[in-house]
Design a protein around this ligand. Structure first.
Ligand SMILES: [Zn+2]
Length: 225
């Protein structure tokens, strides 16, 4: 009896697999956090020093209008003051990463102060947005062998930039636009600011930057480390 049952099962399997005109099996379920495939030609937009109630919502508005995603390197004490902004950034699909608690130059911190600057920011971002950062952008681009080693010990990868808009110096929005678009190439990491001072020039520059990059075929990627 056992042999007969096996034969029947075998036949059923062969019949089901035989027809060559049958449609291909359904595609496997692909689990991806991204709604769309990663663009092959891309830039990484980064906004530092926020969140800021005056400018972050405006930056978010422009990004949404141009269907662009960005990475926000946030200052922990600002997150603690405005957790709703961090939450909104996360909800809009952007990446939120660590820019220290009080914008300290990490080259001049004791080991315990370094840890406090990074971990308290992690905790504020996690509490506000539910995500723990994996990237760390050292304020002022301040990197040393010790900074690298301490960051690594905390599970953080240091991320700088390839294009500095110098928007913090308030050179006027045309100059910000020009600095970003001059020399942009595939994979550029663009430094802008949504906090830390008056960022109205950055907000004003953003539509032209995004419109031009899109017209040149660039997409936008966000950072995870
Ligand atoms: Zn900064």
């Amino acid at each position: 009896m056992m042999i007969v049952v096996s034969a029947v099962i075998g036949t059923v399997v062969v019949v089901a697999a035989r027809p060559r005109t049958a449609p291909p099996p359904a595609a496997p379920v692909v689990v991806t956090p991204s709604k769309t495939p990663l663009p092959a030609k891309y830039v990484v937009l980064t906004f530092d020093d926020g969140p800021d109630p005056a400018y972050t919502p405006k930056v978010l508005e422009v990004l949404k209008k141009y269907d662009a995603t960005a990475t926000f390197f946030e200052v922990g004490k600002n997150v603690a003051k405005h957790p709703e902004l961090t939450k909104a950034i996360h909800a809009a699909g952007h990446s939120i990463q660590n820019h220290t608690w009080a914008h300290q130059d990490l080259r001049h911190q004791t080991a315990s102060a370094f840890r406090q600057q990074v971990q308290s920011t992690d905790e504020a971002i996690r509490a506000a947005g539910g995500v723990v950062p994996t990237c760390l952008r050292p304020p002022y681009g301040g990197v040393s062998a010790t900074v690298r080693q301490r960051a690594k010990a905390l599970g953080k990868e240091l991320v700088l930039w390839t294009i500095d808009s110098r928007d913090w110096s308030k050179p006027g929005s045309p100059a910000i636009v020009q600095r970003v678009l001059t020399g942009v190439r595939n994979g550029s990491v663009i430094l802008l600011h949504d906090g830390g001072g008056n960022r109205s020039q950055t907000v004003a520059a953003l539509p032209q930057i995004l419109a031009t990059l899109k017209a040149q075929g660039y997409g936008f990627r966000t950072l995870t480390c």
